[in-house]
Design a protein around this ligand. Structure first.
Ligand SMILES: Cc1cc2nc3c(=O)[nH]c(=O)nc-3n(C[C@H](O)[C@H](O)[C@H](O)COP(=O)(O)OP(=O)(O)OC[C@H]3O[C@@H](n4cnc5c(N)ncnc54)[C@H](O)[C@@H]3O)c2cc1C
Length: 469
């Protein structure tokens, strides 16, 4: 029997444990998987908090159904009947600009009519069609890419808000090819984004005509999906399904290579030996754990920064809100000078997240461009958020319900050089057989990306075990 230790019981660690048990079973390998978690609870960034009839998400709201990874995990766990798709009207997304909430255009005619982008901005955006593709292989920032292909206005009003919505990040530092590899590929493959969209739409039409089932030509898209009881059902169900142990309040404090495997030192002073170790802990934790093992690896991990974020949940009596909450919510361009990054209309996205006759709003504050927000006290966070909701949505009432969640290190930032850093990390790992890294610091921050990376880590563990035979 081979022992596998996993560090961290977020979605990455838990789905890795699940993948290992499944794949090892298929390969006829006898394994014992143990997951070590620093906190009292499992789930990491996933935490669905139910209070006073409100269902508040501490971290992620859900995953997109346009990629199969999380849905496949749900199949394996037998929890498909618990899935909850967001409302159809959650497709309506808004950008706060020029003092109003502008609906984000979803197609050409909507784009032409939209007041979000000025006519010069629209003309500049249309010129994307004739802009030559970049071929020098430079790891470009999201901002440089957007300015080069789409123009400065599209960067401010479309790309910037999208980057803060997904990464709480700063487009001036983040890498296009690491954050949005598909967009990078589209430019390289088709010569531009508009060209790619047109060719893919044509392809899709032909495939539909030929009777083939096809995914959306527009790329990621998809429907935000969660569970009846919130996204935590995903991690809770994974824990329940595991044959191995999940040991909470059990931080790993050290990592040492020993004959035939690894020794984990634990916070209570004890140790645990395993043939293979998978780290699904954040990069800054792994940096500490590898300090004595491999200084160079530790330094490489240290170079992955995280953005902080405050999440502010407000519950209101519906009658006190005049603003139409029919939609997903809004994001705010940096140039608007607001304290918050945006607000999700959580009880519109997933009904039954607020008591009858009430609504639940969830605002985000902070991110890479406003790191000081995490230092504000609760009164300041509440008052500043209320000020923004008054300005943007006209809400003058006191909320009936307030919860403030803080993430000192919310989301890893894939800054320029990330891909090279990953290659260098891979190179260092060659000297440490049986140490495998996964988690959101490396290959994508979305839940689908984490589950995908976990499946790959599971395959690596199995081939590692096979090599030991
Ligand atoms: C506010 C917010 C909103 C988000 N919204 C979405 C969304 O809507 N959709 C989406 O797809 N993604 C979203 N994301 C991203 C997604 O939630 C994360 O990328 C993902 O949950 C990360 O999972 P993980 O397991 O890699 O890391 P984590 O969840 O951070 O798990 C790491 C675990 O390691 C543990 N740990 C740390 N140190 C040790 C140690 N020494 N020993 C043992 N254990 C340790 C931690 O306690 C933690 O449980 C959001 C993220 C945030 C912060």
């Amino acid at each position: 029997m081979k022992r596998i230790a996993i560090i961290g019981a977020g979605i990455s660690g838990l789905s890795t444990a699940h993948a290992i048990e499944r794949l090892a079973g298929e390969a006829g390998l006898d394994v014992e998987v143990t997951v070590f978690e620093r906190e009292e609870r499992t789930g990491g960034k996933i935490w669905s908090i139910k209070e006073e009839g409100y269902l508040c998400e501490w971290g992620p709201n859900g995953f997109l159904d346009s990629k199969p990874m999380t849905l496949d995990l749900c199949d394996h766990l037998g929890i498909q009947d618990r899935l909850k798709r967001s409302n159809d009207n959650a497709r309506k997304r808004f950008i706060y600009s020029g003092g109003i909430l502008n609906r984000l255009p979803e197609n050409g005619p909507m784009f032409l009519q939209s007041k979000l982008i000025s006519w010069p901005g629209k003309i500049r955006l249309a010129q994307e069609f004739i802009k030559p593709k970049r071929t020098d292989g430079v790891d470009e920032t999201l901002a440089d890419f957007a300015r080069r292909r789409l123009g400065a206005e599209a960067l401010d009003k479309l790309i910037g808000p999208m980057v803060s919505g997904i990464f709480a990040g700063n487009p001036e530092t983040m890498s296009l090819k690491s954050c949005f590899p598909r967009i990078h590929e589209l430019e390289q493959e088709y010569g531009g984004l508009l060209k790619a969209m047109m060719k893919m739409a044509k392809q899709k039409k032909a495939e539909v005509k030929a009777g083939k089932q096809v995914a959306s030509a527009a790329g990621p898209g998809g429907v935000l999906t969660s569970f009846v009881g919130g996204i935590q059902e995903l991690t809770d169900s994974t824990v329940k399904e595991l044959k191995g142990k999940v040991l909470t309040s059990n931080a790993v404090t050290g990592l040492k290579a020993i004959e035939g495997g690894w020794e984990l030192r634990l916070a209570d002073g004890s140790s645990f030996d395993a043939e293979v170790v998978v780290s699904a802990a954040p990069a800054h934790v792994l940096k500490e754990l590898t300090w004595f093992l491999d200084g160079e690896l530790s330094e490489l991990l240290d170079g992955i920064p995280y953005a902080p974020m405050n999440i502010i949940c407000f519950g209101y009596e519906q009658a006190k809100i005049e603003c139409n909450l029919d939609g997903f919510g809004y994001l705010i361009p940096k140039g608007e000078g607001c304290e918050i990054l945006g607000t999700l209309w959580d009880s519109s996205i997933f009904p039954a997240r607020a008591p009858e006759g009430h609504v639940l709003l969830r605002s985000m504050m902070g991110g890479a461009a406003n790191t000081g927000a995490i230092e504000l006290n609760d009164v300041e966070v509440k008052e500043r958020t209320m000020g923004e909701l008054k300005k943007i949505m006209g809400i003058d009432a006191e909320p009936d319900f307030v919860r403030i969640f803080r993430h000192q290190r919310a989301i890893p930032q894939y800054i320029v050089g990330h891909a090279e850093r990953l290659e260098a990390i891979d190179e260092r790992l060659k000297a440490h057989a049986g140490l495998i890294l996964t988690g959101n610091a490396f290959f994508g921050v979305g839940l689908n990306d984490c589950v995908n990376a976990a499946n790959i880590a599971g395959e690596q563990v199995v081939s590692c075990l096979n090599a030991m035979h």
